[in-house]
Design a protein around this ligand. Structure first.
Ligand SMILES: *Cc1c(COP(=O)(O)O)cnc(C)c1O
Length: 424
């Protein structure tokens, strides 16, 4: 990780070690133990010939920017390159590209792989932004999105693929697993096999399998290992982890990430130097924060499950043995994470009364921060979703979503207990 070990393969180290130092050599920055933030929009060429070489490397290289000199910060810059290198190592991926937000990452993926006349398969429910993008602007350019009924069932997948194929070749399969906020599971390996089957029928054109890994996070699920071509995550959530930045990342093979970087340059949706620096700093404690939040979440979920005012808890750790979801969860996920929903007995009035009594939990959307958050899904994150769809995806007036932070678990449980106990 310093000069002589600079090119050691990342799998020589544990994630905790990679998170702290991988990819940075203090000798590149006057010996500074921590990487400086490079606030510059452009980079001076040492000579005219070097300028030509930098452009040749960037525009003709397989992975623009990686080993080339920097040119202009929208193309690539040192803090971005370092963040991408370390994030890719944590993901066990060949390459990663960071974007100005999770949605910017998703936008680039969709624009890179879809053209008019194509169809897209997707799991359901989708994150609101993804749903809006697919069914709004992307549908608007003549791409047909088709939802998969049950992403754990081969027959259901085949049926959706059949329906999508009637609208045009299936160019991409967008998988959100676990789903936000229902924690519904999709079988990534099964979906990758469906993509292979579709390739045979589409003259070799294999749909790109994309997994939105935001809800569980990079440390608990490795979509690339299960056959996904691209794994995207919102850095805003677990990786950023402090609710103080917005960013997104995509990881995958070199041949997939290179074109995404080039497209990012055209869209202007790179992650800026300061936010890249902040995200890198966040990565250092990512494994540590994750372990604590996951342990806290297990305690809070147990408490809620046993509470008389709680009607149900959709915590992944409670998936029933013997169900298809449990089998896929055991194979695909390394833990239950720290974001889940629960339903209290009653409706909106009881939910609001409880929320207004909380002192430790902050009432806000988003997830994966050091602080515990709670929100009433139907009136906030799912406000614009029609009630019948809300019901279908398991969001009703009694549903509350919580993201558990790294506070002391006793304080979290006590906060919830006093708010629930005060309900009539
Ligand atoms: C937050 C989120 C996104 C979007 O990420 P931003 O960084 O807010 O753009 C995408 N997918 C899921 C599942 C999310 O929770």
């Amino acid at each position: 990780m310093s000069t002589d070990r600079h090119d050691d393969p990342p799998d020589a180290f544990h994630p905790d070690t990679l998170a702290v130092g991988f990819g940075y050599d203090p000798q590149d920055a006057s010996g500074a133990v921590k990487p400086p933030v490079m606030l510059t929009s452009t980079f001076a060429y040492p000579s005219a010939a070097a300028a030509k070489q930098a452009h040749r490397d960037y525009f003709d290289g397989a992975a623009p920017g990686r080993d080339a000199a920097f040119i202009y910060a929208r193309l690539d810059h040192p803090n971005l390159a370092l963040l991408e290198k370390r994030f890719a190592a944590l993901e066990g991926a060949e390459e990663a590209a960071a974007f100005a937000s999770g949605m910017a990452a998703i936008s680039a993926i969709l624009l890179a792989h879809l053209k008019p006349g194509d169809s897209v398969l997707h799991t359901r429910p989708l994150y609101g932004g993804t749903h809006g993008l697919l069914h709004g602007p992307i549908a608007g350019i003549g791409v047909t999105p088709v939802a998969i009924g049950d992403a754990l069932d081969a027959a259901s997948l085949a049926e959706a693929a059949e329906a999508a194929s009637r609208h045009g070749p299936v160019a991409l399969i967008f998988v959100e697993t676990p789903a936000n906020p229902t924690n519904g599971i999709a079988d990534i390996a099964l979906i990758a096999r469906t993509a292979a089957t579709l390739a045979e029928r589409q003259g070799g054109r294999r749909p790109v399998v994309v997994v939105d890994n935001t809800f569980l996070g990079s440390l608990l699920q490795a979509p690339l290992r299960h056959g996904a071509d691209l794994a995207m995550t919102s850095l805003t959530k677990y990786a950023g982890g402090h609710s103080d930045l917005i960013g997104g990342a995509v990881s995958g093979g070199k041949a997939m990430i290179g074109p995404l970087r080039r497209l990012r340059t055209l869209l202007g949706s790179h992650l800026d130097p300061f936010t890249s620096w902040l995200a890198l700093r966040s990565l250092e404690t990512f494994p540590l924060r994750n372990r604590r939040a996951n342990a806290n979440a297990a305690i809070v979920a147990d408490f809620l499950r046993d509470h008389p005012k709680v009607a149900g808890v959709s915590y992944l750790g409670f998936l029933e043995a013997g169900t298809p979801a449990r089998a896929v969860f055991d194979r695909q996920c390394a833990g239950a994470g720290s974001t889940f929903s629960f339903r209290i007995r009653g409706g909106e009035a009881e939910a609001f009364a409880m929320l207004d009594r909380l002192k430790v939990f902050r009432m806000a959307v988003s997830l994966g921060g050091t602080e515990s958050l709670i929100c009433h899904s139907a009136s906030t994150t799912h406000y614009s979703v029609p009630p019948e769809i809300r019901r279908e995806v398991g969001v009703d007036d009694a549903t509350l979503r919580i993201s558990i932070g790294i506070e002391h678990p006793d304080d979290l449980v006590a906060d919830l207990a006093s708010a629930l106990d005060a309900l009539p």
